[in-house]
Design a protein around this ligand. Sequence first.
Ligand code: ADP
Ligand code: MG
Length: 250
Amino acid sequence: MSADLVVSGVNLGRTYGGRSGAAAVCALDGVDISVAAGELTAIMGPSGCGKSTLLNILGGLDRPTSGELYLGGRRVDNLSESEWAVLRRNQIGFVFQFFNLIGNLTAAGNIELPALLAGIPSRRARQRATGLLQQLGIADQADKLPSELSGGQRQRVALARALVNEPSLLLADEPTGNLDSGSAADVLDLIRTIHAQGRTIIMVTHDPKVAAIADRLIMMQDGQIISDDVPARPLEPGRLRPVVEAQAEG
Ligand code: ADP
Ligand code: MG
């Protein structure tokens, strides 16, 4: 397996329930997925089709009931909970639709926490948090509690928290799903910047505008990947139109 493949899932399946006579739900049904270093991948598909299940499995928040998962060439689907905890802390950043910040910690405190848990000395953790707060344009919010921040500011804090241990992989589940359009555009710009810095990103979204910034678009339905392609980008104003379209109009 190539070391450049950040994530590789082979025939991943996830079934919920099915014990004591209840019908089993097949949330993921034989998914093959490989993501190379530096890619920005968007996953779309109807509600309930298994997007979150797939993302959670790729990041070790959930376990597949069948198939194999590799991170950086290492097989990881059979790791223990504590081995996964170390892996997540050091190599994977997560961002969620509802931010999932800790309510009684300040913005800076939320960002520092994963660094402290990874054994980084508190001074260094504080420096990293301060640097990220500056980079994301919310340095003046460092001492505020999540409840004192807007949705867009909370998602910036969540992004900073996800990045504090410099993960090789950033997973984002509907990162703009709970934001007004202005904040969503800002968060999208940040995701673009983080991608331009070379980070591998997989994000789930409902929003075609969000998916349009991706290098690659995976469409899911009923627990399966039904297409895996380069997204159709909207034409930017002023950009040359494709020759065929221009001729058809003339
Ligand atoms: P999506 O993120 O695409 O909306 P999910 O991955 O959350 O979809 O869910 C996929 C399917 O698995 C759905 O039918 C959902 O109801 C089911 N599901 C998800 N989580 C659980 C769970 N913890 N227990 C039982 N069923 C679940
Ligand atoms: Mg979901």
